[in-house]
Design a protein around this ligand. Sequence first.
Ligand SMILES: [Zn+2]
Length: 192
Amino acid sequence: MVNFKVPVGISNRHIHLSQENTDVLFGAGYTLTKMKDLSQPGQFACEETVTIIGPKGTISGVRILGPTRKEAQLELSATDTFKVGIKPPVRDSGKLEGTPGIEIEGPKGCVQIDHGVIIAARHIHMTPDDAAKYSLKDGDHVRVSVPGLRGGVFEHVLVRVNASYALDMHIDTDEGNAFSIVNGQQLEVLLD
Ligand SMILES: [Zn+2]
């Protein structure tokens, strides 16, 4: 198989909320305001932010990503988890069983979630056409090479395949900083 390039997007800490959470944090029936579209079709960053309150510290200005989901999911970097004082596992998005919760504060109220905090597993979004082209399938793991003085290889990069996706690799700020990666940089997926 021949290697191929993917653009990389660096995700800062962010939170996905349910409509029930939004009602408590921002007021009953509140609709989140789109600030900008994200790389994945239909996904967007909102104008609104919340404060998260952990046993050891708080972080304000945590960006909400829309649209609302079935349940809340807070994605932190490992560095963030030290600041707030919780120990979430590295998990794929949506796999929230056994994860810790946290307190979320908005302008109109607070929500205590009893699970939903993760360090997001590094992953690549792609369409079924991309997957077929590279002989990959949903749930596969690949290695991704980073050039440069602080370069290296990302192991265990999850492949996520869905017709609603666009080709993009997602890592968090700790991973991006460790490898001196800039947003939008093209990285090489190693298929050998
Ligand atoms: Zn992603």
